[in-house]
Design a protein around this ligand. Structure first.
Ligand SMILES: [Zn+2]
Length: 504
């Protein structure tokens, strides 16, 4: 499959490596670090949204792409918007979902202990904080559109569904996030989709994800239903604010006995959860922002200690909570006294949890340039060997003096009127101003060249020259295959013929 970049560079795509309902993801031939997302159904307005995103990227210059930001728009052979290029996330990345469940985690990320989970949560918060600082809102924050590396680095994917506010000179254009998962949707948005999402809506989803990371994938509103009747759904519990911890459910829901107790969380982190799910239920603006989570998780990670079974747990506890609960899967550390080989050391260094430097995003400029018009590929370039015939100055002077005064006047009026009509016709046919300009250059050069040729060879052979000019115009049109210029070029040719007949 061949697509084109906006600069009309040919890009060859490999076989699809992933297929969704609305798009496929392809490898890019000759670019291992890049993937192409190609839409199977046309996306209204996505090209303009992505053009804005490409022009206003967050600062991602810290080695690892924490957000799979769109790099370049792609167009098909007909010049229609087809998809976009994005960085490829390799190095054993898995979806966040696979890290939640301890059993799955033991298989896919054997070394991922509680410390790594804190780091992953911290890195996720850092990426989101940087996005929010840039006026972007994820909207559909969930466990499937976040990837985690074995080094606890994370990457937000599906960036084309982000909510984007494009601020141009005259107005603010909002590209909303079309979907959201109910388990990550705050109470005030349960049951209705808002026209515009705010960072505090993301902050609810972020808190749910952090809770799931630290609590073996358990949703913060999950628990044992104590009241009578059918246990309500997670969505209903979110709507009612029945957070089972901190007495927020009014005794309706209790902690699950098989879970790490809420009190085992770092006190500062636990406070943030309560603020998000209890105080934040009444007032969304008090929910901890992503930057606050990042700092709290940083501090919490520093306060972790290791028990004899190599479990990680918070320092405020007197005993390891995991030992009583179950063993957490960690690779057994090398026996004390044995020194590591350089190779083992290198490997250990490589596998240590990584942290991004806090990304400093550039805000989009308040008065940014308007969108560049998308450029289709049906417009070919003007041939290189395009030169006008050289005409002596005296001949031009003679040509301009030909005919009586009223004839020249009449001709000028007709020609001007024709030119205006032709320009309007081209304007209606051309898809953008560039195509219009190319067509105009061809028409004007066709007519001018015909006229000058006629003048150079003398009025006697005017009819012949007019016909030749018409052929020349047609050849030009055929050569260049400029569909939108055809009407205009025909007009240019006819002007030359009429000139030949009138003055011949
Ligand atoms: Zn332990």
């Amino acid at each position: 499959m061949i697509v084109h970049s906006l600069a009309r560079q040919r890009i060859a795509l490999g076989e699809p490596i992933a297929r969704g309902g609305e798009a496929t993801v392809h490898e890019v031939v000759g670019a291992r670090e890049t993937l192409a997302k190609i839409y199977s159904t046309p996306r209204e307005g996505y090209d303009r949204k992505l053009i804005w995103m490409v022009a206003n990227p967050p600062d991602l210059h810290h080695g690892h792409p924490s957000i799979a930001w769109p790099q370049e728009l792609l167009y098909n052979a007909q010049g229609h918007f087809a998809g976009y290029l994005m960085p490829r996330i390799s190095g054993g990345a898995v979806k966040l979902l696979e890290v939640f469940n301890p059993r799955v985690r033991a298989k896919v990320m054997p070394k991922f202990n509680w410390r790594y989970l804190h780091r992953a949560a911290r890195n996720l918060s850092a990426a989101l904080a940087a996005l929010h600082a840039c006026d972007y809102v994820v909207g559909d924050l969930n466990e499937s559109n976040i990837l985690v590396m074995p080094t606890a680095l994370v990457t937000l994917i599906d960036t084309d569904s982000f909510q984007v506010r494009a601020v141009t000179q005259n107005h603010v254009e909002l590209y909303p996030c079309p979907v959201a998962r109910l388990e990550y949707t705050p109470p005030e948005l349960q049951g209705h989709a808002p026209s515009e999402r705010r960072p505090e809506h993301d902050n609810f989803g972020l808190a749910v994800l952090i809770f799931q990371l630290l609590m073996d994938g358990s949703h913060p509103f999950r628990g044992r239903w104590l009241a009578s009747g059918e246990p309500p759904s997670i969505e209903e519990r979110i709507r009612n604010g029945w957070f089972p911890y901190a007495n927020a459910s009014g005794g309706r829901i209790a902690e699950l006995p098989s879970m790490l107790p809420f009190s085992a969380l770092d006190p500062q982190v636990a406070t943030l959860f309560t603020r998000c799910f209890v105080a934040g239920h009444r007032d969304p603006s008090v929910r901890p922002a992503a930057g606050e989570w990042r700092d709290a998780l940083d501090a919490a990670e520093k306060n972790l200690q290791e028990c004899a079974q190599h479990h990680m747990y918070a320092k405020h506890l007197s005993a390891c909570p995991w030992c009583g609960l179950r063993r957490e899967t960690v690779r057994v550390a090398p026996a004390p006294g044995r020194t590591k080989t350089p190779r083992e050391e290198r490997r250990a260094r490589r596998a240590r949890p990584r942290m991004y430097p806090v990304p400093t995003f550039q805000r989009p400029p308040p008065f940014a340039a308007p969108f560049p018009a998308a450029q289709p590929f049906s417009v070919p370039t003007v041939p290189r060997n395009f030169t006008l015939p050289r005409v002596p100055r005296a001949t031009i002077n003679n040509a301009l003096a030909v005919g009586s005064g009223s004839l020249r006047y009449g001709f000028t009026v007709v020609a001007t009127l024709g030119n205006v009509l032709s320009a309007i016709a081209r304007g209606m046919a051309a898809p953008n101003w560039r195509a219009w300009w190319r067509a105009s250059v061809l028409v004007l050069s066709g007519a001018t060249a015909g006229t000058l040729l006629w003048a150079a060879l003398g009025a006697g052979s005017g009819a012949l020259i007019g016909a030749l000019a018409a052929v020349w115009d047609h050849v030009l049109v055929l050569n260049v295959l400029l569909a939108h210029a055809r009407e205009g070029a025909l007009y240019g040719a006819s002007v030359a013929v009429i000139l030949g007949l009138v003055f011949g």
